[in-house]
Design a protein around this ligand. Structure first.
Ligand code: FAD
Length: 486
């Protein structure tokens, strides 16, 4: 097997595949995927891709993103995403990707919470991620190595030379002149989440081991409308577009209580709705539902086919039945601190792009459907930068593979304990005392003789908790209550 490439891309979601799409064909590129290619968050994205519908909408898109981000965004990064977004979408369409259109062939834009205009493009109704992923996979001109998990970065004298991987029961190194990390977020750290099973914070943990800076790690986003009662590990998301198009949040008495928390009701930003659901249940003990009965049945089936069928399999007859909902972990706003070309200050020849990165576009709270756009815009910048700066020279340094045990007996029990600890302590509502206790427990677990994979989860959890403890006041997705409650 060939072990030396021009470019190595870790991750087969939108950020990884779109980087590949924009790299010239004469480059020798390999894409690594931890599992099947479609086991990524991109594949499960429902609502769509936010993009300014015309030139006049660009400043509005910037404004909405900054507002949702609660003053914590990097304005320049947001402006870049919103202004380069239309071109990134045009590239996709020109290459043959089909968004949903009306009978005349005009693009259909929908609305989602906290957007002031209709600017969400979608495909396959509510299967935007699946359609996009399929398209990017079909367009992929480079090989992809499945079931390959990166377990370390090969770094010497502040240069990255490649990655250490676990594949086919073997551990070995793959080298490249440029390494692109597009490994997604941290979903599996939490007991309740909407993420793919491959999203388990390995790379964040590896970054902690190498002293690579992670930013805004307290900013973890919880999606308010999730059917959390299913037994599956990945909980069924009920897209924000449902609320954007008329679905209502009610309690068991039929009360639309969101207006007690924010005058925008169902169209409030994600964090506001998640916190309102949490508080309402805490105060009243009442069950909470998503009511989609205002949709006409045939329209619902056509507009939200995936949700319709997935919920049917779970025993729900939509749009008639009310769906019990509660927030679940959804998106890692924080990540590896990068510049606008997805580079980091300390190490050369490595890029971090997509959900794994924190370039600053989401601030303290991601605006709905901005994440796929971020992935498209910034991955194209990565490809351009690689093309511009590529040189054939790089030393033939060889790294010795370390003796490492990835999983030990007892790790699964620790993993489940950690997932519960993170959900209870670093979840929707945080208390200082609970965070401190959680930190102590994580430190204790880090002292145990565990396999490497759980250690990487623990390192990432530790930095999330530490960041949450450092931020004393609530901001965006980080909601910390003054009084201690243990
Ligand atoms: C249910 C759901 C619905 C969503 N809906 C929307 C939406 O409508 N609009 C929107 O903008 N955003 C949405 N999001 C968010 C968005 O889908 C993600 O933020 C985005 O797809 C992330 O893309 P990515 O390429 O960075 O990561 P991913 O698509 O998650 O891909 C990560 C890749 O890295 C691989 N990987 C991970 N660790 C390793 C490792 N150690 N070694 C090798 N490979 C590794 C994974 O296998 C995977 O291939 C949604 C998310 C979810 C979960």
């Amino acid at each position: 097997m060939k072990l030396n490439y021009d470019v190595l891309i870790v991750g087969s979601g939108v950020a990884g595949l779109n980087t590949a799409m924009h790299l010239p064909e004469d480059k020798d590129v390999l894409v690594l995927s931890k599992d099947y290619a479609w086991e990524c968050n991109t594949f499960f994205a429902q609502g769509g891709i936010a993009v300014a519908s015309d030139k006049e909408d660009i400043p509005l898109h910037v404004k909405d993103t900054l507002n949702a981000g609660a003053g914590h965004c990097n304005k320049e990064a947001v402006e870049l995403m919103c202004s380069e977004g239309p071109k990134a979408i045009k590239d996709l369409i020109d290459s043959g990707f089909q968004f949903d259109t009306d009978e005349k062939g005009d693009l259909l834009y929908t609305k989602e919470a906290a957007h002031s205009t209709n600017r969400i493009l979608h495909a396959g109704g509510d299967a935007t991620g699946r359609e996009l992923h399929l398209f990017l996979m079909e367009s992929l001109k480079f090989p992809i190595l499945y079931n390959t998990q990166v377990i370390d970065l090969l770094i010497k004298d502040d240069i990255c030379y490649g990655v250490e991987v676990f594949h086919d029961d073997k551990i070995f190194n793959i080298y490249a002149k440029k390494i692109v990390i597009a490994s997604g977020g941290v979903g599996s750290l939490y007991e309740y989440h909407t993420n793919s099973r491959t999203i388990s914070a390995d790379i964040h943990g590896i970054c902690c081991e190498h002293g690579i800076e992670l930013k805004d790690m307290e900013m973890m986003q919880f999606h308010p409308t999730v059917f959390v009662q299913s037994t599956a590990v990945r909980k069924q998301l009920l897209s924000e577009a449902l609320r954007g198009e008329g679905a209502k949040v009610v309690d068991e008495d039929g009360k639309r209580f969101l207006f007690d928390y924010d005058e925008r009701g169902e169209l409030s930003p994600r964090n506001v709705v998640s916190e309102a659901l949490y508080e309402h249940r805490e105060k009243t003990g009442k069950a909470i539902y998503l009511d989609v009965s205002s949709f006409e049945t045939e329209h619902f089936k056509k507009r939200f086919p995936s949700i319709y069928f997935n919920m049917k399999n779970l025993g729900f007859n939509l749009p008639e039945d009310m769906i019990p909902i509660f927030p679940a972990f959804h998106y890692a706003i924080g990540g590896v601190k990068t510049n606008f070309d997805a580079k980091i200050e300390t190490i050369k020849d490595i890029y971090f792009v997509g959900e794994v990165a924190s370039v600053g576009v989401h601030g303290a709270n991601r605006l709905a459907s901005n994440s796929l756009l971020e992935g498209l815009v910034y991955s194209k910048r990565v490809a351009n930068d690689i093309t511009k700066t590529f040189t054939c020279k790089k030393s033939n340094l060889v790294f010795t593979c370390k003796e490492v045990t990835l999983v030990k007996d007892g790790d699964k029990t620790l993993k489940n304990e950690l997932r519960n600890l993170m959900w209870q302590s670093a979840g929707i509502v945080r208390y200082e005392e609970k965070l401190k206790k959680a930190l102590n427990r994580v430190e204790e677990m880090l002292e145990l003789s565990t396999g490497k994979l759980i250690r990487l989860r623990l390192l990432t959890s530790r930095i999330i908790i530490q960041s949450a403890l450092r931020r004393k006041k609530s901001l965006g997705a980080h909601y910390i209550r003054g009084e201690n409650k243990v």
